[in-house]
Design a protein around this ligand. Structure first.
Ligand SMILES: [Zn+2]
Length: 176
């Protein structure tokens, strides 16, 4: 039944998916309807990671990586930066002025409008490479769920070899 049960199939790709949850506020700059108002979501993120070397590489225990390390790094970043924060597009000067006026305040300036799509892209392209970089894994796919029914997905393309600098794109001001 199995050709080579000890070594496995060399074409098999292994991946892990970890769910992460946080709450945040945002608004969509220039949205034509109600998403232009300040509001928030209970977000869920699904992050899929694969071995940096590719394929079915596992450690001596048989893991791509321990689940707890993904949680520690990614949820640690989310807790510090996005949880109970307001996500604001850097060109949305009106919203920026509002969140800066409140005390205490926690907000996060995004280089793009904070849609679920752009949040997924930011986690995939900017956050994951920086926080998972030395663990021997790369994020292949990030889904950001705004509701139980709807999510946006960012998928790593073959051209995503550069790791953008985390600090260059963001500015966090937490006085709480
Ligand atoms: Zn929303």
């Amino acid at each position: 039944m199995f050709d080579n049960p000890e070594r496995g199939d060399a074409t098999t790709q292994l991946a892990l998916v970890r769910q992460l949850k946080f709450c945040a506020g945002h608004r969509l700059y220039r949205h034509e309807s109600k998403c232009a108002f300040f509001h928030g979501h209970n977000y869920r993120v699904d992050i899929e990671v694969v071995p940096a070397a590719g394929g079915g590489e596992v450690d001596v225990v048989g893991r791509v990586i321990d689940f707890s390390l993904i949680k520690q790094r990614m949820l640690g970043w989310l807790d510090a930066n996005w949880d109970h924060a307001f996500l604001v597009f850097e060109e949305d000067e009106n919203a920026l002025a509002a969140v800066r006026m409140v005390e205490p305040t926690k907000y996060f300036v995004m280089p793009w409008n904070p849609t679920a799509e752009n949040m997924a892209r930011y986690l995939l392209e900017v956050v994951a490479p920086n926080v998972l970089g030395n663990l021997g894994v790369v994020a292949r796919r990030v889904a950001v769920w705004e509701t139980d029914e709807a999510c946006a997905v960012a998928i790593r393309g073959s051209a995503c070899e550069d790791t953008p600098e985390l600090a260059a794109a963001v500015c966090v001001d937490s006085r709480s």
